[in-house]
Design a protein around this ligand. Structure first.
Ligand SMILES: [Cu+2]
Length: 173
C-alpha cells in the first residue's frame, strides 16, 4: 500500500518537473547538435522563390523579343513569380497590352487566342505590375499578349514559354 502510494508520488513529481521544463522552454536543445525546432544552420535548404520582371527593364511592350529574353533569363523554377508591367489605356496609350496563357504548344505557335485564357486585362499591368506565380512543377507555360487579334503575339513578338523546374537546393553552413 505504502509502496504503491510512493510510486504514484514519484510519477506526479516527474510529470510536474517535465511540465515545468516544457513551459519554461518550449523547445529542446542538447550538446549533440540535435535541436527542436530545428535551427537549420547547416545542411541543404531550398533556394527561395524569386520575382522576375518579364522583359527586365523593357517591361511588357510591342516589338521586344520575349522568346529570346526567356531563354536568356531562365531557368525558371516552381513558385517563382513572373511580373508583367505595362501601362493601362489612356490618351497617350491607345494600344495597351494584356496577358494570356495558351493551353498547348500549337495554339501558342499559331497565336490562336480563341483557345487562350486571359490572365490579366489591359489595366492589370499598371503600378507594380501583374504577378503570376508558376505554381505547378514541370509545367510548360505559354504566355502572350492578347491584343489586336494576335498581332501583338505574332508580329509584336509578345510571347514566350517557360517550364517550371523543381526548386534547386543549396548547402548552408
Ligand atoms: Cu500587346
Amino acid at each position: 500500500m505504502a509502496m504503491k502510494f510512493g510510486g504514484a508520488m514519484v510519477l506526479v513529481v516527474i510529470a510536474s518537473v517535465m511540465m515545468g521544463a516544457s513551459m519554461a522552454n518550449p523547445g529542446w536543445n542538447d550538446n549533440n547538435g540535435y535541436a527542436w525546432p530545428p535551427k537549420q544552420a547547416k545542411g541543404p535548404t531550398e533556394v527561395p522563390p524569386k520575382k522576375i520582371i518579364v522583359g527586365g527593364s523593357e517591361n511588357w511592350h510591342f516589338g521586344f523579343d520575349y522568346s529570346t529574353w526567356a531563354h536568356k533569363s531562365g531557368p525558371f523554377y516552381v513558385n517563382d513569380t513572373l511580373v508583367f508591367k505595362y501601362d493601362p489605356p489612356s490618351d497617350n496609350n491607345t494600344h495597351p497590352h494584356s496577358v494570356y496563357v495558351f493551353p498547348s504548344f500549337w495554339s501558342y505557335m499559331k497565336c490562336d487566342l480563341q483557345r487562350a485564357t486571359m490572365l490579366a486585362n489591359v489595366s492589370d499591368g499598371a503600378g507594380d505590375g501583374f504577378e503570376f506565380t508558376l505554381s505547378q512543377k514541370w509545367k510548360f507555360y505559354f504566355f502572350a499578349c492578347g491584343q489586336s487579334g494576335g498581332f501583338h503575339c505574332s508580329t509584336g513578338k509578345m510571347r514566350f514559354s517557360v517550364v517550371s523546374l523543381p526548386r534547386p537546393w543549396k548547402w548552408q553552413g
